[in-house]
Design a protein around this ligand. Structure first.
Ligand code: NAD
Ligand code: TYD
Length: 350
């Protein structure tokens, strides 16, 4: 029996990872630690709630005592650390939340793991989930590899980069067994509608303007969330201690092209006249310090661990759009809560 702590399991990616582990590994106890910020939603995990190998603990990763108690009570062997403040725009208006959760919270978890495990690291692993944004921004050419020098440029990516360095430092200094992965942009069901794809789907449904920052020429490499969860499973079980793995979709899109594609899909799904949604596209003031392009070279994980994405962008977008159309109450609950204030602040009256 292994006791695995997944942090941030009530969030977007975390909920897919929790579901995968609970269902695939009945011999593991999965402990989901999440303090349920605006981005955490237990609705995401309704289908696993009653499973005997699943527990939820409402604990903030910044709470040293609370975290230490969970490590001791559940005799944690493995950690998959996803809890974070994750939205770049929020990091621009409120950097300190990112410093406290992403940096300090990670150190609280590292310290708890060290204390719990002592010097016997047999069967133990601290797996830290990070982002490709730590590598900075690319021009038109090139890909991020695991050896690309870090060059974070937003408070979000700087906080994630700091946490990556701290995780590596605990490996180097204290021999804590760690592994890190840096993934490109995820999309799929349960993503909070502040991120581009669910925001556009939700606004099209409501016939609201689709805000495109700058000229829409920024490029992101999109990966379906379940492919990320599968990569995390692969790395957790087969990754080499101390190593870093880049995870990407080999699926680069300019924002404007992606939004136009979503407009076409949505017109057809909603039975609206072709071109209806595109008319909602509205160019707005660019994000401060907006990184131009992210793109991942994931040949290391393909070569060494045999992982590759399995869901095409066409299939993934179809599944995603269908999920949002079938789960209107999930989105409506969010739109009617605290998020309404954020939206007003970020996009004004649009
Ligand atoms: P998310 O914002 O949807 O979810 C974050 C979760 O962490 C929420 O459930 C929230 O309640 C929880 N959380 C936040 N602060 C906490 C705290 N102090 N204590 C306990 N729980 C806390 O994020 P996501 O998009 O699912 O991202 C998960 C992880 O993956 C993050 O570490 C992020 O940096 C990384 N990542 C995300 C992407 C992406 O495209 N979304 C890409 C690469 C890496
Ligand atoms: P986002 O989903 O916030 O992810 P990230 O910033 O982590 O890549 O944004 C994806 C891209 O879409 C990014 O280039 C910013 C852009 N964007 C818009 O043009 N308009 C929006 O309203 C949002 C939220 C993002």
């Amino acid at each position: 029996m292994q006791n695995i702590l997944i942090t941030g399991g009530a969030g977007f990616i975390g909920s897919h990872v929790v579901r995968r582990f609970v269902n695939s590994y009945p011999n593991y106890n999965i402990i989901n630690m999440d303090c349920l910020t605006y981005a955490g939603n237990l609705e995401n995990l309704k289908d696993v709630e009653g499973k005997p190998n699943y527990r939820f603990v409402k604990v903030d990763i910044r709470d040293e005592e609370g975290v230490a108690k969970v490590f001791a009570d559940y005799s944690i062997d493995g950690v998959i650390h996803l809890a974070a403040e994750s939205h770049v725009d929020r990091s621009i208006t409120n950097p300190m939340d990112f410093i406290k959760t992403n940096i300090e919270g990670t150190v609280v978890l590292l310290n708890a793991a060290r204390k719990q495990w002592g010097s016997n690291f047999e069967g133990k692993l601290f797996y830290h989930i990070s982002t490709d944004e730590v590598y900075g921004s690319l021009g038109d050419e090139g890909l991020f590899t695991e050896t690309t020098p870090y060059d974070p440029r937003s408070p979000y990516s700087a906080s994630k980069a700091s946490s990556d360095f701290l995780v590596r430092a605990y490996n180097h200094t204290y021999k804590l067994p760690i592994v890190i992965s840096n993934c490109s942009n995820n999309y799929g069901p349960n993503q909070f509608p502040e991120k581009l794809i669910p925001l556009v789907i939700s606004n099209i449904q409501q016939l609201k303007p689709l805000p495109i920052y700058g000229k829409g020429l920024n490029v992101r490499d999109w990966l379906y969330v379940e492919d990320h969860a599968q990569a995390i499973d692969t790395i957790f079980h087969n990754g080499v201690i101390g190593e870093t793995y880049n995870i990407g979709g080999e699926n680069e899109w300019k924002n404007i092209d992606l939004v136009k594609l979503l407009c076409k899909i949505m017109d057809s799904k909603l039975g609206r006249e072709a071109g209806t949604s595109e008319k909602l596209i509205t160019f707005v003031t660019d994000r401060a310090g907006h990184d131009l392009r992210y793109a991942i070279d994931s040949s290391k994980i393909a070569r060494e661990l045999g992982w590759k994405p399995t869901v095409t962008f066409e299939q993934g977008l179809e599944k995603t759009v269908d999920w949002y159309l079938d789960n209107k109450s999930w989105v409506n609950d969010i739109l009617s809560g605290e998020y309404a204030n954020y939206y007003q602040q970020q996009y004004g009256g649009r």
